[in-house]
Ligand binder design. Structure first.
Ligand SMILES: CC(=O)[C@@H](O)[C@H](O)COP(=O)(O)O
Ligand SMILES: NCC(=O)COP(=O)(O)O
Length: 246
């Protein structure tokens, strides 16, 4: 089985910084620490409302990182211009709602395939590995492949929430969807990633799926870093992933 990559999302270091304004804690410092602790990449979501990551964080991440940056963003003209200016390794298109607390669902690629196909073309031409953050639904994977997105990231939020709420029947049905769609995605030539809400408990069954190439994990790792430090929080996630993949 190929090595499963871990992308560490540092958004919520910026959430804590922004609670008080100023520069601390610095998400770029966290990203560099994550890189040293074995993260295969760094993920940062520049939301349109700049509630956590801000533009200067992206500037600084682009300058400072050795590992690839996965730049998460909404499919807007403003974000496209920012991505084209920076040319990050990867761009992940995420749906955004102003009133949501976190990313609630996947991008509706099936409904907006023509527009999204045109939207990603210049990003792909600029060399970015474009991914679609989608629900684990066949129509969304088919549409992602149709528009030429090489990668999909399956939204694990419902699966992760079911773990947290101990709703085991929902957990199992959500896991079954991700399992089936990871296999389906690989069978139609997509690179499959999974992310959102994963924890030490919930990561194992996802990491065990042979078609999954990358996990992006943030909120839980940053929270856990308060108790055990960021490097150790990341290394423990890596251990959980490796144990499941063995
Ligand atoms: C797309 C996604 O899952 C991440 O961006 C993550 O949710 C962190 O950002 P928010 O907490 O702002 O949703
Ligand atoms: N794309 C998912 C991501 O980057 C991390 O999500 P979370 O672990 O912060 O929920």
């Amino acid at each position: 089985m190929s090595k499963l990559r871990l992308g560490v999302n540092i958004d919520h270091v910026a959430t804590v910084r922004n609670a008080r304004g100023g520069d601390n804690p610095d998400p770029v410092r966290a990203a560099l620490m994550a890189q040293d602790a074995g993260a295969d990449g760094i993920t940062a979501h520049l939301r349109e409302d700049r509630r956590h990551i801000i533009d200067s964080d992206i500037d600084r991440l682009m300058d400072a990182l050795r590992v690839p940056l996965n730049f998460e963003m909404a499919a807007t003209a403003e974000m496209q211009a920012i991505a084209l200016r920076h040319k990050p390794h990867a761009v992940c298109l995420v749906p955004e709602k102003r009133e949501e607390r976190t990313t609630e669902g996947g991008l509706d690629v099936a409904k907006n395939d023509n527009a999204l196909g045109a939207y990603i073309a210049p990003l792909r031409d600029a060399g970015a590995r474009v991914s679609m953050f989608i629900a684990a639904e066949k129509s969304q994977l088919d549409a992602s492949a149709r528009i030429g997105a090489p990668v999909v990231e399956l939204h694990a939020g419902a699966y992760a929430d079911a773990w947290a709420e101990e709703r085991w029947d929902v957990r199992d049905s959500e896991l079954a969807k991700i399992t089936d769609m990871a296999a389906y995605g690989a069978s139609i030539g997509l690179e499959v990633h999974v992310g959102h809400g994963l924890t030490y408990d919930s990561v194992g069954p996802i990491a065990a799926l042979p078609e999954v190439m990358e996990l992006n994990i943030g909120h839980f790792i940053i929270g856990e870093a308060i108790f055990r430090g960021l490097p150790e929080a990341i290394k423990e996630m890596r251990r959980c992933m490796d144990a499941a993949r063995a």
